[in-house]
Design a protein around this ligand. Structure first.
Ligand code: ZN
Length: 96
């Protein structure tokens, strides 16, 4: 699904930031995020223990056909493995 490219530090809809992007591929100076990138702990309105620790939450598989480091690039319409939407990305670069 089309969307804005997600880079390191951009939060999901509940504040969980995408981390450990591809350092050699940057948008707006920040590493680009790919499927499987870790997400920081976050606190949704309806508590999910998985989100509070962030230990096992990753940016879920993206359907993007555009890749970085061999993995699909994450866009704003993708969701994390906990189910929370990414929501926003860098507005200057869109895929799809
Ligand atoms: Zn979550």
């Amino acid at each position: 699904m089309p969307g804005q490219v997600v880079t390191e530090g951009i939060p999901n809809v509940c504040g969980g930031q995408a981390t450990k992007g591809i350092p050699t591929v940057r948008v707006g100076g920040a590493p680009i995020m790919v499927s499987g990138s870790p997400v920081t702990p976050h606190r949704p309105p309806i508590i999910k223990p998985l989100c509070l620790t962030g230990a096992a939450v990753t940016v879920a598989r993206s359907n993007s056909t555009v890749r970085a480091g061999g993995l699909p690039i994450v866009v704003s319409t993708d969701a994390d493995s906990c189910g929370h939407s990414r929501g926003t990305g860098n507005p200057t670069v869109r895929i799809g």
